[in-house]
Write a protein of this length. Structure first.
Length: 332
């Protein structure tokens, strides 16, 4: 059986997959993202726009054309199964970022257009696994960060109430209300100016040492380590997800199911039956051979039966002669 020749669609999909997997292709995309970001930053300078407005617009159009071409190549890599292109969230993000500025209602809105152009910088995360792991880790840490912020607000509120009771009268500009006290304590999380604050608090009351030391231990050390633990756990989960994605077999290379294998076997058998040579009488050679075997099998037992019958009939005359001789002896 002759090997199946891949269709032009499959050849195009293989070529696009090889191009997307090439390191130089991703590096070129990253460089153009940086060039686009640099051009966007230069547009904030009035002198640069006056001196090089036309080249900046040309760079913008060239980058946009490459981004559209890159998106088409990534879609071509999924020509075997086009639905797989839309299963990847990065592809959907690229499609929105690249295609939205081309819409008529968006091109006239300068602010929205610049925001979309600025969002192209985020596309750099999909080109390198290390950057993608960081972004996925940040996304995974959001639920934990919500709980962390709630605990932080409760701690700040409790210490703000204590600070208002201790220093509200002496330092009204910092502890006059609960809101001002929470803002002061939030700025002290970085431990910036904690020495001067502690010295000023000791002039008001001796409880300031216990107040600020306990605050530093609880808020600055424990909460900070809790935040680091939440982020590190999310990054570890992102690393595991990235490893699983690397070792995952693509849909095009996955082993077919049992039903698909049976369908392939039926197709192969049907193709082989069509290729069988025809006999002179119009019947297939396989059918004539089968008939010969089926007709030849009963012939052997029939011949054996005839031999056994002949042997049995041949044995009977000898037996009759022996019996007649015995009778003669008795008579004698």
């Amino acid at each position: 059986m002759t090997p199946a020749v891949p269709s032009p669609r499959h050849r195009l999909a293989d070529a696009c997959q090889a191009l997307v997997a090439a390191s130089w292709f991703n590096l070129t995309s990253f460089v153009l993202i940086l060039v686009n970001s640099l051009a966007l930053g230069l547009e904030t300078y009035g002198r640069a726009v006056v001196a090089a407005g036309a080249p900046l617009r040309a760079i913008e159009h060239a980058c946009l054309a490459f981004f559209v071409l890159e998106l088409l190549v990534r879609f071509g890599a999924h020509l075997r199964r086009p639905a797989g292109f839309f299963r990847d969230r990065w592809n959907i993000f690229d499609l929105l970022i690249v295609a939205t500025p081309l819409l008529p209602g968006v091109r006239e809105n300068v602010t929205l257009l610049r925001l979309l152009r600025l969002a192209r910088i985020v596309r750099a995360f999909r080109l390198f696994p290390s950057l993608r792991v960081i972004l996925v880790g940040i996304r995974r840490s959001l639920p934990g960060l919500g709980s962390f912020l709630l605990v932080t607000v409760l701690v700040l509120y409790g210490y703000a109430m204590l600070g208002w009771m201790l220093f509200g009268t002496a330092e009204p500009q910092r502890y006059g209300t609960v809101g001002q006290a929470m803002l002061t304590l939030f700025l002290l999380l970085s431990l910036d100016g904690i020495t001067d604050t502690l010295q000023a608090g000791r002039e008001v009351t001796e409880w300031a040492v216990l107040y600020y030391v306990s605050y530093m231990v609880t808020a600055c050390y424990l909460l900070t380590n809790l935040l680091v633990g939440v982020v590190l756990r999310a990054l570890e989960e992102a690393h595991q997800e990235e490893r699983a994605t690397r070792h995952k077999v693509p849909d095009d290379l996955a082993e077919p199911s049992v039903h698909q294998q049976l369908a392939q076997l039926r197709t192969i058998i049907t193709d082989l039956e069509r290729r069988l040579p025809e006999a002179p009488g119009g019947e297939a050679a396989g059918s004539t051979t089968t008939r010969r075997h089926t007709h030849g099998q009963p012939a052997g037992p029939r011949r054996g039966r005839g031999k056994r019958k002949a042997a049995s009939t041949g044995a009977r005359p000898g037996v009759a002669k022996s019996e007649s001789s015995v009778e003669g002896v008795r008579r004698g």
